[in-house]
Design a protein around this ligand. Structure first.
Ligand code: HEM
Length: 223
């Protein structure tokens, strides 16, 4: 038997990964709640107010570090799990093929890689502008917090809108599985509740992916 890559048991790896995943899922809810304000038809007034509140709030500043730690832990453990599953495959390939774990590890890793690539592009588009790592686009007139105008310009480019929309489809699939498998990893699955958890997971994944997708669609077609 091969040694685990980290000195964590595979069970505790899954546990930590599920906790980080749940935190990231909560982040997505709050991120969507802020960004959806772009659709209010008030030329970004309410959205700018929310951005001002968030960037001036010391709690949010701390949470930004927690968020990146969450992403890092989640990604690192995801990669380690994938490597371990691949290593284990020659021995148990036939029995593993039809299991939930197999589906989880195969598709979760691939959709996760796509989300990671999306995230890099996305951070370059917005967050790195705020940090001063990427020049402020002309449309923002020297204001690194002018995310509304940045978003409008970005999404009026069909290529960027397409990249975002395709990524949100994969995000939806990732979240649908993530939701139920997080409960499973935490040992909270029970025959009685599993169907309800699956349904809530599907609703969550749909709300998040359709919610985010509505932003590029709005700027591309209706604004
Ligand atoms: C159309 C959809 C989206 C829009 C318009 C959007 C908009 C933004 C904006 C304006 C920022 C900069 C905020 C700041 O620096 O204060 C930001 C940052 C960020 N976004 Fe998004 N976002 C979208 C989707 C997503 C998705 C799906 C994810 C995760 C999979 C994500 C993850 C992040 C992260 C990690 C940051 C950096 C941390 C932060 O500033 O909150 N975003 N986004």
């Amino acid at each position: 038997m091969k040694k685990p890559i980290l000195s964590l048991s595979s069970l505790s790896q899954k546990y930590v990964m599920a906790l980080a995943g749940i935190f990231l899922m909560l982040f997505l809810v709050s991120h969507l709640a802020t960004n959806i304000l772009m659709l209010r038809g008030d030329d970004g007034e309410a959205f700018r107010g929310a951005v001002r509140f968030l960037t001036e709030n010391p709690f949010i500043k701390i949470m930004e570090y927690v968020l990146f730690a969450g992403f890092l832990i989640h990604i690192m453990l995801g990669v380690i799990l994938q490597i371990q599953n691949t290593r284990a495959r020659p021995v148990k390939y036939h029995t593993r093929l039809k299991t939930e774990t197999s589906t989880f590890s195969r598709y979760m890793f691939h959709t996760g890689v796509i989300i990671f690539i999306f995230l890099v592009i996305h951070l370059v588009n917005f967050f790195f502008v705020r940090l001063g790592w990427v020049p402020i686009p002309e449309v923002a007139e020297g204001d690194r917090y002018e995310f509304y105008e940045m978003a409008r310009e970005l999404f009026q480019n069909p290529w960027y809108s397409a990249i975002y929309l395709i990524s949100f489809v994969f995000l939806g699939f990732h979240l649908k599985h993530a939701f139920q498998s997080a409960f499973q990893s935490l040992g909270l699955n029970h025959n009685k509740y599993t169907p309800a958890i699956k349904t809530i997971g599907t609703i969550y994944a749909l709300v998040i992916s359709i919610g985010f997708a509505s932003i590029p669609v709005y700027f591309l077609f209706f604004h």
